[in-house]
Design a protein around this ligand. Structure first.
Ligand code: CUA
Length: 334
């Protein structure tokens, strides 16, 4: 291959790799931690980066020195003196890695144990996370609230997560708050997260789980404790009275076509197969991936599989005007 082509190939590979590693998503950067768990994990990552950088600089330095110092010189036609079985050298390159590994191992093990300990105390929130192809349910057993796709948490509070799956393996990942934890059939895994400041933190399923794995997104919405309290109040006593003719018609259509799978707190709709839709008007996203606009709600209802291939949500036999009515009803659920 000509050198020019080789450089081109290298650059293309580098760009592709950068794209694949997700470097373009600032909202999902592990390097920008927003809570104590992610900060502790980042400190371990940085420690190993510093150690590796040190090794790289020293090793490359020695290599350069040897290349220059012992390069072949004019008039030299014998190979240089060969070294074999040098005890001092062997001891050095055994002991140094042992020390480096110890420096890395001690904080790694202590952090792993610290993160594994289940937080206790009064300022702890418990949430049961249930993953299904291709959506997330969040249940607050102490508050009597069930929601989907958006996990609301108060800032400055440790949140215990109990992770379960109803079907295949998934993985809970909110890069700015904590590393991944798998959800494994027949098992309950645990982890905890905490957000220091209010904000929306992007979450993703990080274990291949089927055709819509790539769009099995969710959000962690961290709010200051007073706002979180207001949210829980709204979720416990939602406003479910449809306002306007379209919403009233939408409620009827919802009862006939949607309520066997979806619940809404404060109504007779108790379906448990699909996401709970209480407080839908408050949601930032529809189906976890589309902005919550009127148009997107209609788009989702009219052809769910076009947004999430493999979804269990069926295409309901409604015409355009009826879909608009259902959307109006949903967008009224405050
Ligand atoms: Cu769920 Cu990937």
């Amino acid at each position: 291959m000509r050198p020019k082509h080789r450089i081109g190939l290298l650059l293309t590979t580098a760009v592709l790799l950068l794209g694949l590693t997700g470097c373009q998503r600032a909202d999902m950067s592990v390097l920008d931690p927003a809570g104590p768990v992610a900060k502790m994990q980042l400190s371990i990552i940085m420690l190993s980066v510093y150690i590796m950088s040190g090794i790289f600089v020293v090793a490359m330095g020695i290599l350069l020195y040897v290349l220059i110092r012992y390069r072949s010189r004019r008039g030299q036609n014998q190979p240089p003196k060969q070294v074999e079985g040098n005890n001092v050298l062997e001891a050095i390159w055994t002991i140094i890695p042992v020390i480096l590994l110890a420096i890395l191992a001690v904080p790694t093990v202590t952090t792993a144990f610290a993160l594994d300990a289940k937080p206790t105390g009064s300022n702890v929130l418990n949430v049961k996370v249930k993953a299904s192809q291709f959506w997330w349910q969040f249940e607050y057993p102490d508050l009597g609230i069930v929601t989907a796709q958006e996990l609301h948490i108060p800032t400055g509070t440790k949140v215990n997560l109990q992770l379960e799956t109803t079907d295949v393996m998934h993985s809970f990942w909110v890069p700015r708050l904590a590393g991944k934890t798998d959800l494994i059939p027949g098992r309950t895994n645990t982890m905890w997260i905490q957000a220091d400041q209010p904000g929306e933190f992007q979450g993703k399923c990080a274990e291949y789980c089927g055709p819509s794995h790539g769009v099995m997104d969710f959000l962690v919405v961290a709010e200051d404790p007073r706002q979180f309290q207001a949210w829980t109040d709204r979720m416990k006593h939602p406003q479910v009275q449809p306002a306007g003719d379209a919403a009233v018609e939408g409620e009827k259509l919802f009862a006939q076509n949607c309520a066997s799978c979806h619940s809404v707190a404060g109504t007779n709709f108790k379906g448990a197969l699909g996401p709970n839709l209480t407080g839908f008007a408050d949601r930032i996203k529809v189906a976890g991936v589309l902005e919550n606009t009127d148009e997107n709600v209609r788009r989702w209802i009219s052809d769910p599989a076009a947004v999430k291939p493999g979804t269990k949500m069926p295409k309901v036999p409604l015409n355009e005007q009826q879909i608009s009515a259902v959307a109006a009803f949903l967008r009224d659920l405050k």
